[in-house]
Design a protein around this ligand. Structure first.
Ligand SMILES: [Zn+2]
Length: 342
């Protein structure tokens, strides 16, 4: 016998009752209540830590028992089920460990999963889609940042010729485009957009003392093209925004990412690792086309000097070479080492 709150199927009001089990029946009695159910028709719900035992009745009513689970189970002749869920629930340490696990997994997904996913998607994304993204990015930059190049035709032609020589020594297709633009606020810069588009600004050409230095920069950009860094960056920043939406419900993050997709590459720059990959690629490519990585060392120091003077010591947000490269001196050193290596 035990006490319980009885909820009948129709009114759902709570009534205090006494429950007795006799002759295969569950008898519920109390003020204005006297009902019986065959024991086989009632169902003691599996135990949930801390919650009073609950018995579902055949007609849709229920009993919430004022006795512990073991006592009720004993009364009903049910073997108390020590479910795994209950064992785990009653173990606070486990609950805490699970919570920590979830947080760690979430953090890992955020910091490692997104770059991994971006790389994986970048490697599998059809070339046609990447081209569309590249075209859209360039169109956006053209209407917001760039204006037509003012370089003279002969100089452009000479740079194009050198670029074609570099390209011929890579496994990249001939369709890799070199675009000349006046750079606006991104100033002396070069960009590798998705879809195998390399953009060179007039200001960058102006800062260099010779075309071989310009070509050293372009060799570095070809490294970004070959490694598809532009696409990876673009995907990564969009995914971070999407995840922010899912996790924090932060719609503004997505809106801002969507609006800035074309400039993501310009603003965010590449990771150190991506820059290193592009540098090493450039040193090798320059040597294979009979040029010295020394020109790259000169180019990077000229760019550093330009941005330092122009920004009055403040770092330019828009520079591939500058914002992500506080280590220009180190990179120049590595270029010189590469020039001396056999
Ligand atoms: Zn770069």
């Amino acid at each position: 016998m035990f006490q319980a709150d009885y909820f009948d199927a129709t009114t759902s009001t709570k009534r205090a009752v006494t429950v007795v089990v006799q002759e295969g029946e569950l008898r519920i009695t109390g003020a204005e209540v006297d009902v019986r159910f065959p024991l086989a028709s009632v169902n003691l719900q599996s135990r949930i830590g801390g919650v009073p035992p609950r018995i579902e009745l055949a007609d849709g009513g229920a009993l919430v028992c004022h006795a512990d689970y073991a006592a009720v189970a004993d009364e009903l002749g049910v073997v108390p089920a020590k479910t795994l869920a209950h064992k785990l629930e009653s173990n606070l340490k486990f609950v805490f460990a699970s919570l920590v696990g979830v947080i760690v997994a979430g953090w890992f997904a955020y910091t490692q999963g997104i770059p991994w996913l971006a790389t994986t998607v970048a490697e599998r994304l059809p070339v046609t889609i990447e081209r569309d993204l590249g075209r859209a990015s360039l169109a956006w930059l053209d209407s917001n940042v760039f204006s037509p190049s003012k370089l003279d035709a002969a100089q452009k032609e000479e740079i194009r010729k050198g670029f074609a020589e570099l390209l011929a020594q890579t496994p990249l297709p001939r369709e890799v485009r070199l675009e000349f633009r006046y750079g606006g606020w991104i100033d002396a810069n070069a960009l590798a957009l998705p879809g195998q588009i390399v953009v060179l600004t007039d200001q960058l050409v102006g800062v260099m003392s010779n075309n071989d230095q310009v070509l050293a920069v372009l060799a570095h950009e070809l490294g970004h093209v070959e490694h598809r860094h532009g696409l990876r960056n673009l995907l990564q920043s969009s995914m971070t925004g999407l995840l922010a939406l899912v996790v924090w419900g932060d719609a503004s993050a997505v809106a801002s990412v969507a609006a800035s997709i074309p400039t993501a590459m310009v603003h965010a720059g590449y990771s150190r690792q991506a820059e290193r990959e592009a540098d090493v690629y450039a040193f090798d490519l320059l040597k294979r086309t009979g040029r010295s990585p020394e020109r790259f060392a000169e180019a990077i120091l000229l760019l550093e000097a330009r941005h330092t003077s122009k920004m009055d010591g403040e770092r330019s947000a828009g520079s591939d070479y500058f914002s992500t490269h506080p280590d220009s001196t180190q990179r120049a050193k590595e270029a010189r080492a590469a020039a001396l290596a056999p």
